[in-house]
Design a binder for this molecule. Structure first.
Ligand code: FMN
Ligand code: SF4
Length: 419
């Protein structure tokens, strides 16, 4: 499969950051076409394109937009929290193609009847925050944001909200709490944000990359979008390659590219391939069997995994899987918001057992106990964070069982591999 340049067409130097250049390259054609339709037709077009959310869960965007309660003021939120380790595609888009995101937000707002939108952006991206503010101001003065957009009579404006540094706030319910000035705790669903979100008003939340795909659907047509990549979740996808590859970075391919094709595109493995983690820290960890896996939502689900954000972290043979286990469990333990017992206590226990295993003082029963703990968390955690540790842990224990077992009670072995 060959790499494509549909989103990245707008990210080349100077194109996506200058409003005139962006328009010369075809920007705002999608918005013009969408504004000529009725809002329900805009939703239908996105449904017809089969766009699925790029924020991790892969929810159908058209379906989400069609469930928005319409008897009230509606808000639109762009989720730019991007705290997932190994994920930097949203930053890439915001730095290089801010107007593409603003255009996508404006089409989404028109579709669902929102007149106010927010970009909730992680505060670790200070340069992006100031550049986005400049783009918002320029879009307003150019007539593509604010009042009477493109003389259509439609009003929509966008505000920026920097986050407070929490990973869990990337979850949509926690994000809304944070936006309202509350502690960034997730809440139980239902109610879904499309029913009761910001200040109890219906709210649509979409990821940066999802919104960046929207203008293309209107400028090129939903059939065109559907013709790209995997039939069940089509369109272009930005994959983030990091770890032991020779040229880490963001690569655009049609949905459904194979892991080995992506690694090849990123300059190949630096050393000898050993493992890959897909979709972020909560994603599955595989051995070389994954090289043939196709990276789209349905294909990853069919092998018991998940695509997540599209992060691909490659590890070579220098990596000790005991250390990987420890790092993943520490991440969960540090990032748990602590609101519910199973996750607060479970993540600490998992971190403790992982530390012991990695340092050679673990016991055989820890391997089973870790699985049981993750399973209990899966069934009793309030939000997807506590439920998601199960996949990373079980794939790691299943696919690297011999190596992890070799750590049990083997301080000499550990000293040798860490030397
Ligand atoms: C712990 C946690 C962290 C998340 N972090 C992000 C994030 O950084 N960016 C994002 O877009 N979605 C994130 N999500 C998913 C959001 O809750 C939500 O599904 C997404 O923003 C919806 O957008 P989409 O439908 O366009 O994918 C996270 C979910 C969880 C549970
Ligand atoms: S599962 Fe974890 S992160 Fe989610 S609400 Fe409970 S304690 Fe917080």
């Amino acid at each position: 499969m060959r790499h494509v340049q549909y989103l990245t067409r707008y990210t080349s130097e100077g194109v996506g950051t200058d409003v005139e250049e962006y328009m010369n390259a075809g920007g705002y054609v999608g918005l013009q076409r969408a504004l000529a339709l009725r809002p329900p037709e805009v939703v239908e077009t996105v449904t017809d394109a089969r766009l699925r959310g790029r924020g991790g869960a892969g929810f159908e965007t058209g379906k989400k937009w069609s469930t928005v309660r319409t008897d009230s003021e509606v808000y639109l939120v762009c989720n730019a929290d991007e705290g997932e380790p190994g994920t930097f595609k949203d930053r890439f888009l915001m730095e290089r193609a801010p107007y593409l995101i603003l255009e996508g937000m404006t089409i989404a707002a028109f579709a669902v009847g929102a007149h106010k939108g927010y970009i909730y952006i992680r505060s670790e991206y200070p340069r992006v925050i100031s550049e986005l503010q400049t783009a918002i101001d320029t879009a307003r003065s150019t007539g593509v944001l604010g009042q009477d957009i493109l003389e259509s009579g439609f009003d929509f404006d966008v505000g920026l909200m920097p986050g407070g540094g929490s990973y869990v706030v990337g979850d949509e319910t926690a994000l809304l709490n944070s936006l309202m000035g509350n502690r960034g705790y997730p809440t139980l669903k239902p109610p879904y944000p499309t029913d009761r979100g910001l200040w109890d008003k219906p709210t649509v939340i979409n990821n940066v990359e999802t919104l960046a795909c929207v203008p293309l659907i209107f400028s090129e047509g939903p059939e065109w979008f559907r013709s790209i990549g995997a039939p069940q979740s089509p369109g272009p996808k930005l994959y983030c390659l990091s770890g032991h590859v020779n040229a880490p970075g963001v690569y655009e391919f049609p949905m459904g590219v194979e892991v080995k094709e992506l690694i090849e595109a990123s300059g190949g493995v630096d050393g000898r391939f050993k493992a890959v983690q897909i979709g972020g820290t909560a994603g599955p960890v595989y051995d070389e069997a994954a090289l043939d896996y196709k990276l789209d939502f349905a294909s990853m689900k069919s092998v018991g995994g998940s695509l997540g954000s599209g992060a691909v972290v490659v590890m070579n043979t220098s990596v000790n899987m005991g250390h990987v286990l420890e790092v993943i469990m520490r991440f969960f333990s540090e990032e748990s918001c602590g609101q519910c017992f199973a996750c607060r206590y479970g993540t600490r226990q998992l971190e403790h057992m992982a530390n012991e295993i990695a340092s050679g003082t673990g016991r055989e029963e820890f391997l089973g106990l870790m699985r049981e703990t993750a399973e209990v968390m899966y069934h009793s955690s309030l939000c997807p964070f506590g439920q998601s540790i199960d996949l990373a842990l079980t794939t790691l224990l299943d696919n690297f069982s011999d190596e992890l077992r070799a750590h049990i009670g083997q301080q000499d072995y550990i000293r040798e591999v860490m030397a």
